[in-house]
Design a protein around this ligand. Structure first.
Ligand SMILES: C[S@@+](CC[C@H](N)C(=O)[O-])C[C@H]1O[C@@H](n2cnc3c(N)ncnc32)[C@H](O)[C@@H]1O
Length: 276
């Protein structure tokens, strides 16, 4: 890999956070795939496009982009080796021949100048050490007239079912707010780095036609409360909970149980910008 601007994120995404995502790719995909319609609707990928998927993880959106750019080519980049391994396996298994992956840090990677018609990212652009530098690097990778489209979280807060439920869950498991320097805390904290639309516009200096549109999605956490609790607890394997606490955790998630699983409303920004 080229130089790493944010070694702590590289450690998290190659360590416990990335390994957990790699072990639960289908689950994480169900969790966030509610944004896909908005992402791909705005990106408007054409059949011959050259597409770059930034922070592609296990490659679900890279594969979707490859199906749209059927006469073009898609490159997924990520700093996480275990997630790229899963991406490559799924791409072969699905018989997709026009997608490739590179272990690369998107802030610093020497992408080909004007090498892409479309740059997309489903939640992979919040972890940069220097967002302005990273988006300048992606600007350079786009051809003039090419479009950047990405999804990032809106501020969390009591207005969102997901924030309320996860806050209560974390209080029950950890007591007062979790803090510190664990991989999970490092990754979760960075998730919020672009939650302010003014900040998004600031780091997209040099792009034209910047739009930041609120989108409400439903995130799916499990088949039922028990399954969702199993999944959430698996993210902190050192945490042991007894039967009483477990029942409380299931009770906390039960209000979000719908016929199609434990689903919570959450807010994201859909961001679109064009290289002039
Ligand atoms: C929240 S996950 C989203 C993964 C994927 N886009 C998806 O929707 O399933 C964030 C991804 O960004 C990657 N990432 C973080 N910092 C990065 C960087 N500087 N360059 C490239 N990828 C990065 C992580 O390794 C991780 O796979």
């Amino acid at each position: 890999m080229t130089a790493i601007a944010n070694p702590r994120q590289a450690q998290a995404w190659n360590g416990s956070v990335g390994l957990h995502w790699a072990a639960h790719t289908a689950r994480y995909d169900r969790l966030i795939s509610g944004v896909d319609e908005a992402l791909f609707g705005a990106a408007d990928i054409a059949a011959g496009d050259r597409v770059l998927d930034v922070g592609c993880g296990a490659g679900a959106t890279t594969r979707s982009a490859a199906r749209l750019a059927k006469d073009g080519h898609v490159v997924g980049v990520d700093i996480s080796a275990p997630l790229l391994e899963r991406a490559r396996e799924s791409t072969v298994a699905e018989g997709i021949a026009n997608a490739a992956y590179e272990l690369a840090e998107a802030q610093l990677h020497p992408f080909p100048d004007a090498g892409y018609d479309n740059v997309i990212s489903r939640g992979g652009v919040m972890f940069f050490a220097d967002h302005a530098e990273a988006f300048r690097n992606l600007w350079r990778a786009l051809r003039p007239g090419g479009r950047l489209t990405f999804i990032c979280p809106q501020p969390s807060g009591p207005q969102w079912e997901e924030s309320r439920a996860l806050y209560l869950f974390s209080q029950l498991v950890n007591g007062p707010d979790e803090s510190g320097d664990s991989d999970t805390v490092v990754a979760t904290t960075a998730m919020a780095s672009l939650s302010d639309p003014d900040r998004i516009r600031e780091v997209l200096d040099g792009y034209d036609d910047v739009t930041v549109t609120p989108v409400t999605i439903e995130t799916e956490w499990g088949r039922d409360a028990r399954d969702a609790v199993d999944f959430l607890l698996s993210r902190s394997p050192d945490t042991v909970v007894g039967p009483q606490k477990r029942a409380e955790l299931e009770d906390a998630l039960r209000p979000y149980t719908r016929p199609n699983g434990v689903r919570m409303r959450a807010g994201v920004w859909l961001v679109s910008a064009v290289r002039p």
